[in-house]
Each structure stands twice: as C-alpha cells, then as structure tokens.
Write a new protein. Structure first.
Length: 406
C-alpha cells in the first residue's frame, strides 16, 4: 500500500505522537510494537503535520522528537493531525454534492429529491459512479448527527435542510482562549478555522500534549454525562471496568488523570489519560451520584491525584520563616495551601499542616520553601528522612554549610 498523509484511525497517529512528544527520544529500533516500514510511514505523516517542530538527534542512530517552544507559538500544532482523516472517492463526491444541492439554507428537500439531483450531477460526467439509496441515507444521517443538516417531518415525509450557520465573530477571543487552555480545545480550533482568524493569546507555560488525547477525553465526558460505566483499555492491553467521576488536569505539567471507581478494586483509583488506549461505553450506573459524593469526601485529603482511601491518612506539618516585610510569601502560602491550615506561631513563624493520602506528592511544593523551613514533621518517617537526606546531599554538592533540621 502506498504512503498517504491521511489516516483512517486516529489512535495510530496518537501512539506515535506519544512516542515522539511525551515519552520521547526513541529511534526506529526502539519502536518494537510496529514494523520499521510502519514506523517510517507514521513518522512521515507526523512530519507533514508538524514539519516546523520536528527535530533530530544523532548518537548511534537518528532519533526523532518534537521540539516546541510555547513562547514562540500562538496555537497548538497538534490539532493539525485531526484534520487529516482519510476518505473514499465516494465519500468526498457525496460530500460536495449534498452541500451543493442544499446550498440555500432556506431550501428543504426530501430524500428522493436529493437522490434524483445526485443522479443529475453524475450524468454530467463521463466516469460511471453509482450511489445506492442506503449509501446516501447513511451519509445524510451522519450529517444530521454532526449538525451539518437538520430534518423536519411533514406527515410521513422527512425533509433535509442545511443548518443555518452561527455567526462566531463575536466569540473569536473566547474561542482563541478556549482552544488552547480547555479540554477538547480542538472544538474551538475547528470553530476558529471558520473565522480564518489568528490566535490572540500566547502563554509562558503552554501544555499542548493533552490535545493528543481529545478523543479519549470526549468519550470520558460522554460517559460522565450519561452516568454510565466504561471499559477502559490500558496501553498494556489490560481492561478495567470503571465508573468515570472526574478529570484532573495539572497546572504544573499539563498531565491529565481520570479519577474513577473501579469495580475490580472496590475503590476510587487514578488512571493517566495518556496511558488509556481506548474506552467503550457500558451500562448505566445507578450509583454514579453516590460515587461522586464519595469522591468529594476523598478530595478533602488529595494533594494531587493519589487517593489511597483504604490506607490511613498521613500528617504533614511545616514551620517556615516569613519576615514582616515578606507578606507576599504569606499570601502565596495562603493561596496554595489547598485544604491545609496555616497557624501563626509568632511574628516571623508560620506553621502549615495537612492530612493527605500520599506525602510524596507534596514534596515538590515543600521544596519551593527551602531556605525558609524551620521545622518538618511527617507522620511518614521514611519520606521525611529521605527528604532531609536529599537536602544534606544538596548542601554537600553546593558546599553549603547548613544547620540540622529538627
């Protein structure tokens, strides 16, 4: 089969985008789940979508990766892959015929009238192409589901009509922001294409990789809206029967996690969205609202995404020094404490305390106060000792003389 830039199933290109962009720096010999020819074809597709962002590194072999500077970019280039779906010559022929026949939004035609006009169009060309009734019916039904066409019923007759386009010009700033920040921003990207306008925002920290997972997130939102359980296929081909409850998107790294009730483990578990291979809707979940309520109680003790609800909570307290003229530090502490508490000990000392499921998750945030920490107290002594040991090693590395922390 000859190489084509178009793709029939997006999950194939999604896998390679993960390899190049998220997991990164893999050469052809390290991609073992596909043949080398498939690797070459998928890499060429990526190059056609993202040629301005492809980079190469040579060691023992040529390694391909995506290099994107968000400061120099005003739109998410990964959306381009969604615009390259394959189609047959009959698909594209019917597409233009139907839209031309129903060009006037005030005109409505029955199925038979549309079929007759299609035959008139075909008669003008020397090539012989035939469309049976079922093919046209399926295409019209597809376009009704997509919102391209609308239907009205008069007696037993069904009339098809072009959907009256919405004027989006007054929403261009909102769409520009939505397309880059929110889940399923690809919807905003498609709307902006209708306006043929440029993006209006740039971002210091722009996490674009979740665009690759838009189809997975759409299925998750659909399941949550319908209050259905789903079968989740993990990238290791493991299957989980779960009830999706909430999506968490990190403001620090853009990574997206699904919090869901697992029938296998009888508790709420966390799943990385970029590790999800596919999702299939299952039956209605009568306990959906109960699981949501249960999650809200658990969220009081989640720092990031881990929720080991069957394990005892771990206590974390930290005393830091904030001088009177450093109120901005106190403001930051109050802004970022989440469900923790802050107690003023004296004019220059404040204690932060919290009970969470996983102490390890809070360490990156605590590290940002190094130099101000007067005292640490973790109920998980193993993590506390490891944290203090890491600080000592850092002091040795930079030849800093520090006092022992208690």
């Amino acid at each position: 089969m000859g190489y084509s830039e178009l793709i029939k199933h997006f999950d194939r290109i999604r896998n390679y985008m993960h390899e190049f962009y998220i997991y990164g720096f893999k050469d052809r010999n390290q991609i073992t789940h596909k043949s080398k020819r498939s690797y070459d074809n998928e890499k060429r597709r990526l190059e056609s979508y993202l040629k301005d962002f492809m980079s190469f590194q040579y060691t023992t072999s040529k390694t391909v990766f995506l290099s994107i500077d968000s400061r120099q970019m005003t739109y998410n280039p990964l959306y381009k892959a969604f615009e390259a779906k394959s189609f047959t010559h009959k698909d594209i022929t019917l597409h233009f015929y139907i839209l031309d026949i129903l060009y006037d939004v005030s005109q409505s035609l029955t199925f038979q009238e549309i079929l007759n006009k299609v035959d008139e169009y075909l008669a003008l060309f020397p090539q012989t192409i035939h469309f049976d009734e079922s093919t046209l019916r399926k295409k019209l039904k597809e376009y009704v589901n997509l919102g391209i066409l609308t239907t009205t019923h008069l007696g037993k007759q069904v009339y098809y009509q072009r959907t009256n386009p919405t004027d989006l010009s007054s929403y261009q700033y909102a769409l520009s922001y939505y397309s880059e920040i929110f889940p399923l921003g690809v919807i905003g990207h498609y709307m902006l294409n209708q306006l043929q306008s440029s993006q209006y925002f740039s971002f210091k920290h722009h996490y674009i990789s979740r665009a690759i997972d838009s189809e997975i997130m759409a299925k998750i939102f659909d399941a949550m809206k319908q209050k259905k359980s789903i079968y989740l296929i993990h990238h290791h081909n493991q299957s989980y029967h779960i009830v999706p409850l909430r999506l968490y998107i990190s403001s620090q790294n853009g990574r997206c996690h699904l919090l869901a009730y697992s029938y296998r483990y009888k508790q709420i578990k966390t799943f990385r969205v970029d590790h999800i291979k596919d999702i299939k809707l299952s039956e209605d979940c009568d306990c959906f609202d109960d699981y949501r309520t249960r999650l809200k109680q658990i969220e009081k003790h989640i720092w990031s995404v881990q929720c080991h609800e069957k394990q005892p909570l771990e206590h974390v307290s930290m005393t830091i020094q904030i001088l009177p003229h450093e109120q901005y530090v106190l403001q930051r502490l109050q802004r970022e404490k989440r469900h923790g508490t802050i107690t003023q000990i004296n004019d220059t000392s404040y204690e932060f305390s919290i009970d969470i499921y996983d102490t390890y998750e809070i360490l990156p945030w605590i590290r940002t106060f190094i130099g101000r920490i007067l005292k640490l107290n973790f109920s998980n002594r193993t993590i506390e000792n490891q944290f203090k040991e890491d600080i000592k090693k850092m002091y040795e590395l930079y030849q800093i003389k520090g006092s022992d922390e208690s």
